[in-house]
Design a protein around this ligand. Structure first.
Ligand code: FEO
Ligand code: CA
Ligand code: CA
Length: 670
């Protein structure tokens, strides 16, 4: 999306008056998949209730980190908390008997030399020493020598993007669009430094409350300018070379880190999602990257970075976008380590990267490509996880096989290998090497006939039950003649949750069974065609599932992101929902936590004892603020719909990580 396209999008009648954040969201939804892969169309299989059997689950070997392997199939106990009500207001809410305390806010000091945070005078150099903006993924790594996070942990937090309307004074036009003339170099420098991630030591105090440890030697900020390395099959390829990097192996920074994952060896995976939004300028006519960039929506032109940094200007650096859209691996134990972009996992708008050790010791990483009509991927390493030697696992993600999912109407499915020289991945189709397949993973999946999904978001294996879950968040652009078994609704405003059972219970298998665990939306409205267990109440159903987490007992938690459409999708602010997957309660959902107006839920993670849970409250005060009747206008720095969590004059709302604990010290969820 160019600036002109941005203006075109903003000019559409249905988009008039939308804020920058809302347009960002719509842009995320612009379908750019031009392929004509067949849909399953003629067979409408409602898969609710069909059960598949897991077989042959074998005992695993001893492990060094937090139980990364399916040990034996177990049926977790049902949830036992009293659900909260749908609603929307300026605060957050959690189930009775629980506390939800703010742990880390945008601008919190992480280092001894961190400046005092003042958003009105913030500089890029200051922001580099402070907790970043829009916290998304949250993971916990054990400290060196430990395999437990129940008392201390290294919190790994992605900072997905920046919301200029609430970060900076006077940078928006009266109709809520970013005024590029106000996006000065200082604004851009703050934005660059507010992206990326934070690694922060956290500890549980004697009173059972968690705090972050300022000045911990493990604390680190990763930003859009941090030096990184490219590795794997595409590293060093000509298409990854720029004026600043003739090797094609050295890149600055990571952007739009949405969800992520922690590996079995305790490294932190940051998924690069909507990287296209940061690029501006125009490719020379006939440039060989034209079709590739168009397939990924490059340039998005959401920010003014190209005005001050040539690498974000396509006219000057046509290859720079090829250096984003990867999975980045970071070692949280070493704050001086160089983050590595692992090209073997392919280039897409990765929502996340959750992994598990398969029966034979190979490591499997699941990842959704979050855009309308895009794909679900998994990567299986060639090498095997070594539970006794952490260092031996550090390059496992450089070699293996990338697969893309094809779903069949009969509940079966296939993981198709994306290996150059096989099937359609040949020079005849414009792929000259595995590097081309990985750089253009979307087009490779197109020509392979992979199944186009309703915006694949989080994708997570459950090591307790052996199942795997994928959220398809919504797709209002799907037409009636495009529905299929796994995407069963046209104009899907609510999404669905897919459950996989890999063949023979083997996460490395190339075949699977699948069914829809829940079909989201209001089950009381027949035209919505939602499907939940009938025990789900009027407060328990949800729309637009996004983030997932499996708690240590093996229970499923879902966070929602309805964007600016919250009013029409559900009428409630986004929330955390607990969804039963086993037994007679299967498909029952209950609301556990609710965000303040304008926020989405991200960053669900658990300490290894299950007694504390993180929730990231991303972009409070932005999405759909106009639809919130007590406010009903465009949010700005000086006039936000909420000043959560500080509620102090002159302090805008601050994206924050919240720690949830139970007052009696018990397990989260009961
Ligand atoms: Fe950044 Fe797919 O949510
Ligand atoms: Ca997300
Ligand atoms: Ca999302």
């Amino acid at each position: 999306m160019s600036l002109k396209d941005y203006a075109t999008l903003a000019a559409k009648p249905e988009n008039s008056g939308l804020t920058f954040g809302e347009l960002y969201e719509i842009s995320e939804d612009i379908p750019v998949n031009p392929s004509t892969n067949p849909t399953i169309g003629d067979v409408f299989a409602q898969r609710m209730g069909r059960r598949t059997m897991l077989g042959g689950l074998l005992a695993g070997t001893a492990i060094a980190t937090v139980a990364p392997q399916l040990v034996q199939a177990q049926t977790p106990a049902p949830f036992g908390f009293k659900e909260i009500a749908h609603g929307v207001d300026e605060r957050h809410h959690v189930a009775e008997g629980y506390d939800a305390d703010v742990l880390l806010r945008w601008g919190d000091a992480l280092f001894a030399d961190s400046p005092v945070f003042d958003p009105a005078t913030l500089t890029g150099a200051q922001q580099e020493r402070l907790f970043g903006y829009n916290c998304d993924y949250v993971g916990m790594a054990p400290l060196p020598g430990s395999n437990d996070t129940s008392a201390r942990a290294l919190l790994c937090v992605n900072h997905e993007y920046t919301s200029p309307e609430l970060m900076f004074r006077g940078v928006m036009t009266a109709d809520g669009k970013p005024d590029m003339s106000k996006m000065t170099k200082n604004v851009v420098d703050v934005e660059l430094a507010a992206h990326g991630g934070s690694i922060v030591e956290i500890a549980k105090g004697a009173n059972g409350k968690w705090i972050y440890v300022r000045n911990s030697g493990f604390n680190r900020r990763i930003t859009a300018t941090t030096p990184m390395r490219l590795s794997g099959p595409a590293a060093g390829h000509d298409r990854l070379k720029t004026a600043a990097d003739q090797t094609g192996r050295a890149v600055f920074g990571t952007i739009n880190n949405c969800a992520g994952g922690m590996t079995p060896w305790g490294t932190y995976l940051m998924a690069e999602e909507n990287f296209h939004g940061y690029f501006g300028g125009k490719l020379a006519d006939g440039h060989k990257e034209t079709a590739n960039h168009r397939r990924y929506g490059v340039p998005g032109g959401w920010y003014n970075w190209a005005a001050f940094y040539d690498r974000f200007d396509l006219a000057k650096e046509p290859n720079e976008p090829n250096r984003f859209g990867w999975i980045v691996e970071v070692d949280p134990h070493d704050p001086t380590s160089t983050p590595i972009k692992r090209t073997a996992l392919g280039r897409s708008k990765h929502e996340g990267a959750e992994s598990i050790v398969a029966r034979d010791g190979r490591v499997v990483v699941y990842s959704g490509d979050d855009e309308r009509f895009e794909y679900a991927f998994k990567f299986v390493t060639s090498g095997r996880f070594n539970p006794n030697d952490r260092a031996a696992n550090m390059n496992l993600l450089d070699s293996g096989t990338l697969y893309v999912a094809k779903f069949n109407a009969d509940g079966s499915g296939e993981w198709m290998p994306m290996t150059f020289g096989t099937g359609a991945l040949t020079t005849a189709n414009g792929f000259a090497s595995q590097a081309d397949v990985l750089i253009e993973a979307r087009r490779a999946a197109d020509v392979m006939g992979a199944t186009k999904l309703d915006r694949p978001e989080d994708f997570e294996p459950n090591r307790r039950t052996g199942k795997v879950y994928l959220t398809l968040t919504n797709n209002s652009n799907r037409k009636a003649d495009q529905v299929d078994a796994v995407n069963p609704r046209a104009e899907n405003n609510w999404g669905q949750v897919v459950e996989f059972a890999e063949a023979d219970g083997d996460f490395a298998a190339t075949r699977f069974r699948w069914e829809l665990l829940v079909v989201c939306g209001d089950p009381a409205k027949p035209d919505v065609k939602a499907k939940y267990n009938a025990a789900t109440t009027a407060n328990g159903w949800f729309a637009c599932p996004d983030n997932l987490a499996i708690d240590p007992a093996g229970r499923l938690w879902v966070g929602t992101d309805q964007g600016g459409a919250w009013k029409s999708a559900s009428g409630t602010a986004d929330g955390v929902y607990a969804v039963e997957t086993e037994g007679p309660g299967r498909g029952t959902s209950k609301m556990f936590f609710r965000v303040p107006v304008g926020a989405e839920i991200c960053g669900l993670s658990f300490t290894s004892d299950g007694r504390a849970m993180t929730v990231a409250v991303q972009h409070p005060g932005t999405d759909g603020a106009k639809e919130y009747a007590p406010f009903g206008r465009l949010p700005t720095f000086d006039d936000p719909p909420t000043r959560w969590p500080d509620f102090q004059a002159n302090m805008p709302p601050r994206p924050s990580v919240v720690m949830v604990t139970k007052r009696d010290g018990g397990n989260i969820g009961g």
